[in-house]
Write a protein that binds this ligand. Structure first.
Ligand code: FO1
Length: 341
């Protein structure tokens, strides 16, 4: 077992940033690469916003607001108030300090890639681990809902996830190349495991896994893939994951999560809706084909699931990460679990 190797963590959103912080606290700089979803990225007020990348960068720098779950701690909102006073859009709140990130990133994007800018910001904020946006090419998550297709932030923030979720698609995914350091980590002979953070499977992880060639590379892997369930007691810790799974006909449980991951293997188009989930439930795996997930970390409140887990190895623990100690504990337990697989 390669206990000193390289961990590749796939992350997005608050849950992803928390586990990424825990892993960064216990792993050496060269032993961790965090690849982050960019399907939530969009242009707003002329600025390029990359919410999941910023959540991970701010969390690893210790600058994040732990209560809000996004943006910077000790934030002020003067620019937003001034924008509203002038009749500008204020449905998406940009803090005064946060605006500095978006302004500089937008400026640098004229001459540099998102990967280069992220690495530069991370280094300047004292981060020693590698944070890699999943792609330098544009990918935009679109939610198909009962009121029509909505760009991700319209669905998530403007409509507060209220419309019924019918399907998600990722515009631009077919032409998007996975970031260079993402591929390099997947091909690293020293790779020890791939960790799917407790992020929303459809909003945060599926875009990363839908990039051309990624699922195929995972299916040829020599190392375990371990996921951490974002569900506790049939509900999501934060955000709309439980509501979305229910609207797709899945339960917000480890079982529903595995069904969701199975639909990723079946549907190569990237789009996931009710039909894709149903199809994967009825399609038997080809002989010898490896499931996407080797191990799943589940919360104690979902421990009854263990008996129905089939070939997937299960580790049961307290998955709620209230503080830094919890982040470190869940990270350590996940690494120990990997070494038992
Ligand atoms: N989420 C909200 O619910 N309301 C907001 O006004 C908002 C603003 C915002 C600004 C910058 C940023 O990086 C994130 C922001 N988020 C906001 C969170 C964002 O919508 C989500 O974190 C992700 O896109 C989902 O993981």
């Amino acid at each position: 077992m390669n206990t000193s190797g390289h961990i590749l963590a796939l992350a997005g959103g608050v849950g992803g940033a928390k586990l990424a912080s825990g892993l960064a606290a216990v792993l050496a700089p060269k032993a961790l690469t965090i690849v982050v979803n960019t399907g939530d990225d969009f242009e707003h007020l002329g600025l390029y916003i990359s919410p999941d990348v910023d959540s991970v960068v701010y969390a690893l720098a210790g600058l994040n607001d732990p209560v809000r779950g996004w943006g910077l701690a000790n934030e002020t909102w003067n620019a937003m108030s001034a924008i509203a006073r002038l009749g500008g859009p204020d449905w998406f709140a940009l803090g005064d300090q946060d605006i500095a990130t978006h302004l500089l990133r937008t400026l640098h994007l004229r001459t540099r890639t998102l990967s280069e800018i992220t690495a530069d910001f991370a280094r300047r904020l004292g981060i020693v681990h590698r944070i890699v946006p999943m792609s330098d090419d544009p990918v935009r998550s679109i939610i198909e809902t009962d009121i029509g297709p909505l760009p991700f932030q319209d669905y998530f923030v403007r409509h507060r996830c209220a419309p019924r979720f019918i399907a998600i698609r990722y515009d631009g995914i077919d032409r998007a190349r996975p970031a260079r350091d993402f591929i390099a980590t997947l091909e690293d002979p020293d790779l020890r495991a791939i960790v799917l953070c407790p992020s929303n499977p459809l909003l945060s992880l599926r875009p990363i896994l839908s990039l051309p060639g990624i699922i195929e590379r995972l299916q040829r892997r020599r190392v375990p893939v371990v996921a951490i369930s974002p569900f506790i007691g049939r509900d999501a810790i934060k955000g709309p994951a439980a509501k979305i799974l229910r609207e797709l006909g899945l339960s917000p449980t480890p079982e529903g999560l595995l069904a969701c991951y199975a639909s990723f293997e079946q549907s190569r188009s990237g789009r996931v809706g009710h039909a894709e989930v149903l199809q994967s439930a009825s399609t038997a795996r080809n002989h010898g084909e490896r499931p996407l997930i080797d191990g799943l970390v589940v919360d104690r409140s979902d421990a009854d699931f263990v008996t129905r887990a089939g070939t997937v190895a299960i580790h049961v623990t307290d998955t709620l990460m209230r503080n830094r100690d919890d982040q470190i504990r869940v990270a350590r337990e996940t690494l120990a679990f990997i070494d038992r697989l």
